[in-house]
Design a protein around this ligand. Structure first.
Ligand code: SAM
Length: 232
């Protein structure tokens, strides 16, 4: 069984998709998707030899090596043209690293319909990157597992949309970058919990920060204000 976090990531994979799971570690995600019958082809990319070997052995042991190709590769280098990958999953890494991995090989994203991303932090940087590259955030989810908040961002290339379905509002606002356009609309209990916690942390930092640190104080106050506005 997958963790709640990986299960939620798996739920966003399109039925029948050809999936690349980049930074797959044990390859639990593609194994689950094939076993459930959601997909029947995946590439599991992993840059570190230890987890790559474990993943390879695991996939052989469960006899899925005909459907899941485990590859030792850096980022999108795991994907080859003939794979016809249309869904890419990158989960459990920092948001900056995820955008660097995507940006390092941008041509490979041309054929890809859907990106399912689960950054552990810097979600705003990743949303900004997606927005700049013409990806539209079509879905998001926030969850709390073992005391940690996780956000999942699902993006699709705007090239995939017909002219009529392209939203005319275009670029994301600063608020949408920070809080997530879909999460902001939904404002779930978990979402509020995350940002209440963040606000409390900012309050604690502000209490300890000397009055002379004017610039830093203003910056933190502004962050706090943004949070308070959306929690209203
Ligand atoms: N995706 C799994 C999950 O969400 O549970 C594993 C997450 S694990 C914390 C991150 C994995 O990404 C590690 O196994 C790491 O070696 C791998 N990784 C980091 N940078 C990578 C890169 N540039 N290319 C491929 N894999 C990478």
């Amino acid at each position: 069984r997958l963790s709640q976090r990986l299960q939620s990531v798996a739920d966003f994979v399109s039925k029948g998709a050809r999936v690349a799971d980049i930074g797959s570690d044990h390859a639990y995600l593609p194994a689950y998707l094939v076993q459930e019958g959601t997909i029947d082809f995946a590439v599991a990319g992993e840059v570190v030899e230890g987890p790559f070997n474990i993943a390879k052995n695991h996939i052989n042991d469960i006899n899925l090596h005909n459907k899941i190709d485990v590859r030792l590769a850096n980022g999108l280098a795991a994907i080859e043209k003939d794979d016809q990958i249309d869904n890419i999953v990158i989960a459990g890494m920092g948001g900056i690293l995820i955008s660097e991995i995507l940006g390092a090989d941008i041509k490979k994203l041309k054929q890809v319909k859907r990106l399912i991303l689960q950054p552990n932090n810097h979600e705003d940087t990743l949303r900004q990157w997606l927005d700049n590259q013409g990806f539209k955030i079509v879905d998001e989810k926030i969850l709390l597992e073992a005391g940690k908040f996780y956000e999942i961002i699902v993006a699709e290339s705007t090239d995939c949309f017909t002219e009529n379905s392209v939203s005319t509002d275009g670029r994301l606002s600063v608020k949408e970058l920070i809080f997530g356009p879909k999460l902001l609309l939904e404002k779930s209990d978990i979402f509020c919990k995350k940002w209440e916690k963040e606000r409390d942390t900012l309050n604690k930092i502000l209490k300890r920060l000397p009055e002379e640190q004017v610039i830093k104080r203003v910056e933190l106050q502004e962050q706090k204000q943004k949070i308070e506005e959306i929690l209203k």
